[in-house]
Design a binder for this molecule. Sequence first.
Ligand code: HEM
Length: 491
Amino acid sequence: MTKHILTTATGSPVADDDNSISVGERGPLTFDNHYTFEKLAHFNRERIPERVVHARGTGAYGKFTVTRSLSDYSIADFLQKEGEETPVFLRFSTVGGGQDSNDFARDPRGFSIKFYTREGNYDMVGNNTPVFFLRDAIKFPDFIHSQKKDPRSNLPNPAAMYEFWANHPQSLHQITILMSDRGIPASYRNMHGFSSHTFSFWNKEGERFWFKWHFKTNQGVKCLTNEQAAQASPFGAQQDLVDAIDRGEFPGWTAKVQIMTEAQAREYHINPFDLTKVWPHADFPLIEVGQLELNRNVENYFAETEQACFAPSNLVPGIGVSPDKMLQGRLLAYQDAHRYRVGANANQLPVNAARCPVHHYQRDGVMAGMCPAHGGSNNQGSGVNFYPNDQINSGAAAPEPSVEEPPMPVLENAWIRRHGIANDEDHYSQAGALFRLMDDEQKSQLVTTIAEGLVHASESARQRMLEQFSRADAAYAEGVRMAMERLASPA
Ligand code: HEM
C-alpha cells in the first residue's frame, strides 16, 4: 500500500507531529512553531454556525425512481419517464434541539430531499407531518423562540410553549399530531415525509395544478412512548439509519402526490394554501408516482451532511411554488441562512453542487472556484462575467424562454394589505376529526402528554388552551382538564 508523508495544509512535509519547538526541554514555545499554530488556528475554525432550527440531523444518498409518469401534470424532466432514476441526498432532523441534542425528542422531524436532476437541483424541504403550527412566515421567529430555550435559564420552558400556542389557535391541529402517539418516531426509517405546503406543477400546455408530496415509509410507521424515548440511546435514530444502510438494508418510501386543479382550488371550502390544514384524501386521492431509496452513507459527516444546504426555492422547470404565506417566507429564509452559515459559494460544495452543467454570471466571494460543475474549478476562468454580451454564439450562457413559468393566478379579487385570520377561522374541525379517529388509549396518551406540559403554563394560558380543545371536541378538553387534575393530586 502507498505510504503518504504527513504535510502542512500547503503540502510541505512535516518532520514531527508530537512535539512543538521549545526553548530547552522545559522552556516556552517559540514563534517558529508555525505548524503548531496552523493546527491550533484551523482547529479554532472547525465549527460553522449550526442551523438555527433542525440543527441535529443525519443524511444519506440514494435514488428516486419514477413509477408513474407525471408528464400530464408537469414538464419536470426527472418526472417524465417510468423507470427514470434520479440521484438524491436526504437529510432527516429534529427541529428544536442543538446539534448534539437527543434524537428522540417529541418534536417534528425534518425530511429534506435534494434531487440532482438534469435540469438542476430540486429540493423538497418537508417534515414528517402534513401540516405546521403556523400559516404566516411573520410568526416563525416568535414561535421558535417560544419552543427553544428560555433566555434566562437556557432550559426548555413548557410555559412559554403553551403561552405561544394559547395565543395561536391555528397551531391546534399540529399540536394534536405532535402530542399524539405519533409524536416520537422510533427511527427516521419508520416515519412518513410530506411537503406539507402546496406547490404547483405546470405541463407543456401551460396548465397549472396545485400539488402536495407524500412519502410513505415502506418500513411501516413505528413510534415510541415517552417512557421508551427516555430510555433510548440519545443518538439512536442516527445510529439506526447508518447501521441499516451499512448492513445493506436500504430504507424506502413510496412517493405519492395529491393534485388539485385551479378550478377546484377556487371552489374548495378549505383554503388550499393554508399550511395548518390537510386536503382530505377522499376529495384529493393519493396518486402513487415513485419510489425513494437510501443506499449510501456519507463518507464525511461535516463535508456532506453539515454543509448540505436545502432550500424550498431550489426548483426546476415544471415545479413552482404557491401563494402559501409560509412557503413564500421560506423562499427567502433558506438561501439567506446558507450564505451566513456556509458562505456565498455554498452551492459549489460537492453535496450541494448540481450534477448538470452550471453557467451563470455570478463570480467571486469566499471560496470561489471550488466546483468543476460551475464552469471549471477556476471561478469560471477568463469567461465573460456580464450579461447581455456579444459572445452568446461562442458559448456564453443565455436565458431559455421556454422554461418560463406560466403566470401565477390570484384566486380572489385581491387587495394588497395584511390579511388576518378572520376570513378563515376554523382551526378546530381537522383537530377534532383527528381526535375522534383515536382509540381510547391514544386519546389518553394525547391528553396526558398535553397536561404534562400545560400544567406549567399560566392559569390564563391554560384556560385559553382548554377553550381551543373544547372547540375541537368537548371530550378533548375534558380529557386534558382531568389529566391536569390527576397530575395536581396524584392518587
Ligand atoms: C416561514 C417559516 C419557516 C422559516 C423562516 C424557516 C427557516 C428555516 C431555517 C433558517 C433553516 C435552517 C437552514 C440552514 O441553515 O440550512 C430551516 C431548516 C429546515 N426547515 Fe424550516 N423554516 C420555516 C418553516 C418550515 C416548515 C413549514 C417546514 C416543513 C414543512 C420546514 C422544514 C425545515 C427542514 C426540514 C429544515 C432542515 C433542512 C436541512 O435538513 O438542512 N421549515 N428552516
